[in-house]
Design a protein around this ligand. Structure first.
Ligand code: ADP
Length: 465
């Protein structure tokens, strides 16, 4: 059964993990789709952003600056790098205009979010008699010429790519004569946008699906947790019930068998004719009957919870009461090797207790000390007055109780079924009843124990009434 529960738990956890992974994958996919759809929508909304008169004239101006620098380079007046360096500040001087133009354009599209825009030049190549002269190429790792606002690579969304050809016309002074030169230039550009807060927007679009998924997952996890916990509880309860049935059957067997033998003997004429033997057999019948009666009483009474116990409290002088309890107990175990040391509180204390119930509670603990004791049982019975608490401690030199069992032994029907203890008779009700009686008196029962060294039970009662 335990194996089955473990398998069930492991399988459920694996299934849950698989379910969560699939769900995470689906959410991720939805996120990608929503993101793509959102970007597509934005791109569509700001389509042709640079297709305005202002932008065109800016482009022309830009090209004029570029061709001036390139002409100087081609005339061998400056190096390639210088051509770029001289052209860059001019581009920068146009940038404010570029930004204000595109911002106006974006504003006119009435979007609910802000967008940054930039144009990167990927390459500038001059073609001269089938020869290519690369002035600039972003691919070779050089700085990209930026037009627009700067934003980091991770925020970039490609808006469009363009490749355009134009002419580079200039006059060259060759050997004192001015010659018109016309070359082809190829400029490649890429336009990027950065949609400010796109993640927040996409996430907010997905918030319902995300929250519902998490809630569903939490619901399934709690359902699983609840079912497994219930299953374990049910199993414990079933185990306890089986144990109890086994124990009570075991307890009933001996008196029933003895009753059977005794009643058979009573039918025998030699017994009937011997008054002593007859009365002895009747005594046996009586004893076994009492034993059976006690057993039934134990099950009925000792199963009561603290709230069902009705107390008939009376004021009792501690010393006299405890001495009497111990005297009666000593009598009941006189055939066993039991020694008792008692140290009762030296001050006179009046306890308000139900004498009958409280005696049962004490006797259950004392009986156990003998039941789970060693060959020679040594008992120390002490009582103390501690401010407004009265403490009763019962120490034995018995087999002790393992730490992990210590809390459980107060549970109804719980018995430690290991090693030597297995053979000792009992129903697992004694300590449960003791704890319920003490609880009904507003007291507590605790214990300290070490296997093989013995156990000390401490009952604390309030005495402020
Ligand atoms: P029962 O004695 O009928 O089994 P109890 O409720 O009195 O039921 O005790 C519960 C379990 O606690 C016992 O089965 C026993 O294993 C353990 N126990 C109780 N008292 C002692 C003790 N003094 N020393 C060792 N074990 C004890």
């Amino acid at each position: 059964m335990k194996q089955k529960i473990n398998t069930l738990i492991i399988t459920s956890i694996i299934a849950l993990l698989a379910l969560s992974t699939i769900q995470a994958y689906l959410i991720h996919n939805t996120y990608q789709l929503k993101k793509d759809a959102f970007i597509r929508k934005t791109k569509k909304a700001i389509n042709n952003i640079d297709n305005t008169k202002e932008m065109d004239s800016l482009g022309e101006l830009w090209y004029t600056y570029l061709s001036e620098s390139l002409a100087e380079y081609k005339k061998n007046n400056i190096q390639k790098k210088e051509a770029l360096n001289s052209f860059k500040p001019k581009t920068d001087s146009l940038n404010d205009l570029f930004i204000s133009y595109y911002k106006n354009e974006i504003a006119s599209r009435n979007l609910e979010y802000d967008i940054q825009y930039k144009k990167d030049i990927k390459s500038i190549v001059i073609f001269e008699d089938e020869k290519m002269d690369t002035i600039f190429s972003a691919a070779s790792g050089e700085n990209v010429y930026v037009f627009g606002e700067k934003f980091s690579k991770k925020d970039e969304v490609v808006m469009s790519k363009a490749r355009w050809f134009t002419d580079l016309d200039y006059e060259n002074d060759i050997n004192g004569g001015m010659i018109d030169v016309s070359l082809d230039i190829e400029v490649r550009t890429v336009d990027y946008i950065n949609i400010i807060g796109w993640k927040r927007i996409v996430f907010s679009q997905m918030s319902t699906i995300f929250i519902v998924s998490v809630l569903l997952l939490l619901f399934v996890v709690s359902l699983l947790f609840y079912s497994i916990r219930n299953l374990i509880r049910q199993k414990k309860l079933a185990d306890i019930k089986t144990d109890f049935i086994n124990n009570i059957t075991h307890e009933l067997k001996t008196p029933l068998a003895t009753l059977g033998i005794a009643s058979k003997s009573l039918r025998k004429t030699e017994i009937q004719n011997t008054p002593d033997a007859f009365s002895n057999t009747l005594d046996i019948l009586d004893r076994q009957n009492t034993r059976l009666q006690k057993l039934v009483d134990q099950v009925v009474t000792n199963s009561l919870g603290s709230e069902e116990i009705v107390l008939k409290k009376e004021k009792i002088l501690d010393d006299t009461y405890f001495q009497n309890v111990l005297k009666d107990f000593e009598l009941s175990v006189q055939d066993k090797n039991v020694s008792i040391i008692s140290k009762i509180e030296f001050r006179e204390v009046y306890l308000s207790i139900d004498k009958f119930m409280f005696t049962t509670a004490l006797l259950n603990v004392l009986d156990n000390a003998v039941k789970y004791g060693k060959e020679k049982v040594e008992l120390i019975f002490r009582t103390y007055l501690k401010e407004d608490q009265y403490e009763i401690s019962i120490h034995d030199n018995g087999i002790g109780i393992h730490e992990k069992e210590q809390r459980k032994i107060f549970e109804k029907f719980y018995r430690i079924s290991k090693g030597d203890v297995h053979d000792v008779k009992g129903l697992g009700l004694g300590l449960f009843y003791t704890s319920q009686i003490v609880k009904a008196h507003q007291g507590t029962v605790t214990l300290e124990s070490k296997p093989d060294l013995g156990t000390t039970f401490t009952i604390t009662l309030p005495i402020n009434e």
